[in-house]
Write a protein that binds this ligand. Sequence first.
Ligand SMILES: O=C1CCCN[C@@H]1CCCn1cnc2ccccc2c1=O
Length: 513
Amino acid sequence: IIGMTVSKADNFSAWYQEVVLKAEMVEYYNEISGFFILRPASMFVWNTIRKWFQEQIETLDVEEASFPSLLSSKSLEKEKEHVEGFAPELAWVTKAGDKDLENPVALRPTSEAIMYPYYSKWIRSHRDLPLRLNQWNSVVRWESKQTTPFLRAREFLWQEGHTAHLTEELAGEEVLQILEFYAGVYEQLLAVPVVRGRKTEKEKFAGGYYTTTVEGYIPSNGRGVQGGTSHCLGQNFSKMYDVKVEDPTPKEGEKAGHIHVWQNSWGLSTRVIGVMVMIHGDDKGLVLPPRVSKLQVIMVPVGINKSTSKEDKEKHYDEMQTFKNTLKKVGVRADYDTRDGYTPAWKFNDWELKGVPLRLEYGPKDAAKSVVSFARRDTGEKGTIEIASLTTEIPALLEKIQSDMYNKAEASFRSHRINITNWDEVVPALDARNVVLIPHCLAEKCEDKIKDLTTGNQEEAAGPADAKAPSMGMKSLCIPFEQPEGIEKGTTKCLNPECGALAEKWCMFGRSY
Ligand SMILES: O=C1CCCN[C@@H]1CCCn1cnc2ccccc2c1=O
């Protein structure tokens, strides 16, 4: 069957797998589990993101570099304490040909250990700062959890930015600039709303100082999803790798000391594509936001059949070629489908499955009235457009589709993000596919406890018939920069009934990927 067979509401994970396969975005790499092939439809999305993000970071004078993809166990030694948590994810090369390697090497899971010895070598004076390098590459992390296309893969494409600054303030400024660019990728390109915030001590990058994040929301299962992270590493790595400069402003009469530089690292991966598919897709298949869609308009001839003369058919098709060229001149990526042997209805389904944002139908009746009929992929809305107005109406309609898709997703996230001040309302809220904001003390231990308290226990699962696993506990997603009112007086208690400490901030919690 070429079309969708699974409904999004019935079986979300099966629907997701089917849509990314049938919309020709990915292929499972059957040789090794957890690896996927990215096909042109998804590479177009990724390259659109890459061009936009690259343009943004170039305003910050970020330069591009390419470091080796392998690292020695010796170089990992330096950051051993925080790597130990990640060690099980490292993929090792132990042989070359039939010879064992004296010192096995690991495939990069991220590039700090590869890059920072050279930051130490290159950064000597404060004049070498800020150093800002970004890599577009792929990394390998041998996930033990169930993998799924885009959201959790053992190898994925990403960019990793690594910068060094003279002061904490300069580093902190960049952390937030990059986070805004990440939010822009979601909100401007993918029509996906995100909450900006800071990770708690428990959820931050252990090797860093603090982590800022953009958090998405998947309406189909109410889960939060981490969308991109911008870390301030503080001086942790510069002390590990001895990245220092002479103090440019030594105190009067004192010998200039050294300053360990303040570093950031920031990453966004092809996970963003999975988030977009999950939020916008429907039972007909993919729904692509126009800004990232390889094909924005597909024209399908209608009313052409055996009785249509050859020259009428050719003339009709030539007119669509003209529309295509006209639309190309105003930056619209359009094409037409004149495949013989397929009905218009078959073609409509095929292009809906592939998520093309706008379809134009053009038949002799339309030609007689100098109009084309349109059908929006996101809402199904139909209408007609004067051929004479194509160059203004089509771009405007595509922009409307883009903003309507964003507004719909934003309303859905907003209505499923609820502030809770009564602990007993938390689990019911999660079961109703919400994420929650609760007054929280921000202590790591308290978070652990909250995870346990909100994990459905066995007896609740109604016996053997109910094969469902106990409901997943909630984790902190972020401390939103945008804080609700009500706890600034410092008299509100942490919502965890077993905690008793005072709440520091409203913290967003939810079931998550
Ligand atoms: O997120 C980012 C953004 C891009 C640059 N790296 C940081 C932090 C990566 C954290 N991390 C994530 N998985 C790992 C897996 C194995 C070894 C080390 C690591 C590891 O350090």
